[in-house]
Design a protein around this ligand. Structure first.
Ligand code: BTN
Length: 258
């Protein structure tokens, strides 16, 4: 479906993000594309946003395949100046959750460490932040949406049922996410790291849970108790020690997703 630029700009409130905008019907990966632009162009446009109807080579954390069928999701990447703080990934999660909460009017959507969007125990989307040549970062977001063709729009399939069958145009969903992303990015740049941590913790479905983390270093089991200043997950193990988890996949001890 064609992307309606004027509708998109109606919803967009940002000063920077989305001012340069590219829509593809098909691309390998919006993250890979934006990284190529950043590599080739001596002065790529900060605020460039690339959205695709489908991706043939979409990928996620740890290089996992990100299924990106047409009509099944919103797939986009924003190019932003690099920020030297490790809290960028958490900041993006906070921004996306807030945008979708505002749209849906529901507070059920949450975050699983490190950055899965979760709704009622299932993954609704994911975030992939990649550094590009030190000066830039590619912020990739994939949200599982379902196209509602009879309305010539797109509906958030799982959020639909939260808000009495409401549907949104994808232009509006994208603009709302970008509006929140720019606001939170400004707050991060202004040093508001405590606000990011406290909002992330408030939206978290991981904290307070007994979890198992598999990382390259082996397995760690404990209760998730918080986020440290560098965005690491703080785990209290059975012997009372607090361990910091910086990488790996978190699962509930009872085997459920989160
Ligand atoms: C994850 O949960 O592992 C992160 C998934 C990120 C997927 C998005 S879709 C848009 C952008 N392009 C990609 O190839 N990946 C990200």
């Amino acid at each position: 479906m064609a992307f309606d630029y004027s509708l998109f700009h109606t919803f967009l409130e940002t000063r920077q993000l989305g001012r340069e905008f590219q829509h593809f019907m098909n691309v390998d990966s919006t993250n890979a594309y934006v990284k190529r632009i950043a590599r080739q162009d001596v002065s790529p446009s900060s605020g460039l946003v690339v959205v695709a109807d489908m991706q043939t080579g979409g990928y996620g954390q740890h290089g996992r395949v990100w299924e990106s069928e047409k009509g099944q999701g919103l797939y986009f990447t924003a190019l932003m100046p690099a920020q030297s703080t490790p809290l960028v990934t958490l900041m993006v999660g906070v921004a996306v959750v807030e945008a979708l909460r505002v749209l849906s009017g529901s507070e059920e959507l949450g975050l699983k460490w490190v950055n899965d969007l979760v709704l009622r125990g299932q993954k609704l989307g994911g975030i992939l932040v990649e550094a590009c040549h030190q000066r830039w970062m590619a912020i990739g977001v994939g949200i599982n949406l379902r196209e509602v063709s009879e309305h010539a729009g797109i509906g958030l399939d799982r959020l639909e049922c939260l808000s009495e069958g409401a549907e949104w145009r994808r232009e509006q969903v994208l603009a709302e996410v970008l509006n929140h992303l720019e606001r939170w990015s400004d707050r991060l740049a202004a040093g508001e790291t405590d606000a990011i941590r406290s909002h992330w913790e408030a939206y978290s479905v991981t904290l307070g849970q007994d979890v198992r983390v598999e990382s390259g270093k082996g397995e760690l089991v404990g209760r998730a108790i918080g986020i440290d200043a560098a965005g690491a997950l703080r785990l209290r193990t059975r012997d009372g020690q607090v361990e910091l988890v910086t990488t790996g996949t978190v699962r509930r001890v009872d085997g459920s997703y989160c």
